[in-house]
Design a protein around this ligand. Sequence first.
Ligand code: CA
Length: 218
Amino acid sequence: MRVLLVEDDEMIGRSLKQALEGAGWSADWVRDGELAQSALGDGGYTCVLLDLGLPRQDGTEVLRRARERGDATPVLVLTARDGLDDRIHSLDLGADDYLLKPFEFRELLARMRAVVRRRDGAAHSLIGGSTMQLDLTTREVLVDGVREALTAREFALLHALLERPGAILSREQLENRIYGWGEEVTSNAIDVLIHGMRRKLGAESIRNVRGLGWRVAA
Ligand code: CA
């Protein structure tokens, strides 16, 4: 799963990026509002962590423009304790939740899971189709009710496919969801990943649609 981290404070940004990657997220970090705007335009993010006080373009402006474009990516606002007006304003603009700095990293992860779940339209933590589901809390896959552990990349791959069972995702779409900027992605990385998943979950678990991409059964 990919997260866009928008934070101009070097210390906070660096430690958050590191912690997020340690927790299995692929994190792209930008330090100003305009870069955030263009990163969001590229799409592929599961969630956005948005600081409000930013150089070049305010966080609330980034949010307002994203929602105006119809971008529904879940946004979790990271804000200072004294910024009540900003918090209210950002919720009105379409933020999904906010967290007061300083916060515990565990709470950040829990809130990220919660906003992603709500976007997935599920009150519980399971998404997917009739034969295969993904547990967003434990990061396990359930195949006919049997649980299997997943690596971070396997989880990101299945999360992309199981958000909309039956829909075909192209190689580029999958790469966008799994790998962050500057990560070396070999031309057959997706094939290798899917080959491993099929060995683990069954040959029919992820189907190839020739020339178009991959999908899971609806
Ligand atoms: Ca700031």
